[in-house]
Design a binder for this molecule. Sequence first.
Ligand SMILES: [Zn+2]
Length: 290
Amino acid sequence: MTESLDALTSLVAGGGVVVLSGAGLSTESGIPDYRGPSGVARRHTPMTFQAFTRDPLARRRYWARSHLGWRLIARAEPNAGHRAVARLQRAGLVDAVITQNVDGLHSAAGSAPVVELHGRLDEVTCLDCGNLTSREELDRRMREANPDFVARVAAVNPDGDVDLPDEQVAAFRPVDCGICGTGMLKPDVVFFGETVPPQRVARCFALVEQARALLVLGSSLTVMSGRRFVIRAGKCGIPVAIVNQGPTRGDGYATVRVDAPLGELLPALADRVVGDADAGVTPLATAAGV
Ligand SMILES: [Zn+2]
């Protein structure tokens, strides 16, 4: 295993890279990573699909918290790391981005294609009629249904969930589907206890198997949902590079490992391989005749 920017640079300059990103890439956009070194410990258990669908009180608590947490997610903007990934993608060196993040910031930075493994928080699905609507529209309807709802937010989690006292939860009125009228609404994200749609997983495996290199950005690879792609790359003999602050559960598969803040490292990497016209840096890809 090599720990250097030079090794990372030559790997990415060769192209055919598939990126797998996690919460660590969005911390510099103000979205906390509760597993990373800069994150705060999560103060309550994340909502499970089972509790959400079976327990009306749990559902009310989720929406009350999420109604407030959504403000932070909706305000968040892509950071230098997201923009650097988009630059590498436009330069043809990154073929696709697979992200575990639900904040939509890769797409907002101009990346395409992006596979959002765990869905997007800015879309809402009806569990009865299956219609997909925008979170913005739901937010408007929830504000209308709760004109006097004011609460103090103590902490926000990466999925837009916030800590909120019980008495404030009790005062919140969730709304049902605006299309079928009675359906249960759920953000179009994969909850704990829920599986990622099989076609989406298959698409990610296909992307990884066709890649020349897998580049993991800002994920501790704690959950199998993301780690399985690193394992697959390892089995296929595809080089894996991991950039993350702190150790990851995929380090055993890494051929290159860099421990650095992504908002600094990724623009530097993009400058080296794509070039920075303003700074007069000679791109490595051009220098190497790639
Ligand atoms: Zn519906």
